[in-house]
Design a protein. Structure first.
Length: 199
């Protein structure tokens, strides 16, 4: 974790594309005892400012999905949070976030997951994380189809239960309205798994 927090590769020696144009601030939460891992995309502007993962409205919705409070969510001994890119990647011309920096996954992710021996539940949020964790073929189907296949993915490995999730952003409000099964079918099982691991 000390090495990750000190990392400046994307700014000083980028492996892909332009250098990061602001001071890196890696934001993640990891402990060897964590039983749950949230694999997400990358910090946004608010999280970059606070240094606390999911410290924004998306985090509020995610905690509602999981039915846990802030104290449980930010208990690193129970919940790891490992984004695809650890630092805020910057903004596009239209104001949307750039994709996560690829350096983080190449350099750090495999080693981090090797340090999580107690991991029992993996929440995979968004297309970048789903591609890394489920493979390119799954990712080509898109987030919508991957999340619709949640039961198949969940049942595939009883030693590490995996849930593909959409991003808990307000951008997905319409999707959530159009897919009521997400709340009625997926969330109760997700919450039961989370409850078992944080209690």
């Amino acid at each position: 974790m000390a090495s990750i927090r000190a990392c400046r590769i994307c700014r000083d020696e980028p492996l892909y594309g332009k250098p990061l144009d602001h001071e890196p601030r890696p934001v993640l939460q990891v402990s060897k005892t964590a039983g749950i891992c949230i694999a997400s995309q990358a910090p946004g502007t608010r999280v970059h400012a606070s240094g606390r993962p999911f410290d924004d409205p998306s985090g509020m919705r995610l905690r509602q999905w999981l039915a846990i409070d802030e104290a449980q969510f930010y208990d690193a001994s129970k919940v790891a949070i490992i984004p695809m890119g650890f630092c805020f990647p910057g903004l596009r011309a239209d104001g949307s976030d750039l994709p996560p920096r690829r350096e983080c996954a190449d350099i750090w992710r495999t080693g981090l997951f090797a340090q999580l021996p107690n991991l029992k539940l993996l929440l995979v949020i968004g297309s970048y994380a789903q591609q890394w964790h489920f493979g390119r073929d799954t990712a080509r189907q898109g987030v919508n189809q991957t999340v619709q296949r949640w039961r198949e993915i969940y049942d595939a490995d009883t030693s590490l239960r995996r849930f593909p999730l959409p991003h808990p952003s307000w951008h997905n409000n319409r999707w959530l309205i159009q897919n009521p099964w997400f709340e009625t079918d997926l969330l109760p099982i997700l919450r039961a798994n989370v409850r078992d691991l944080v209690s």
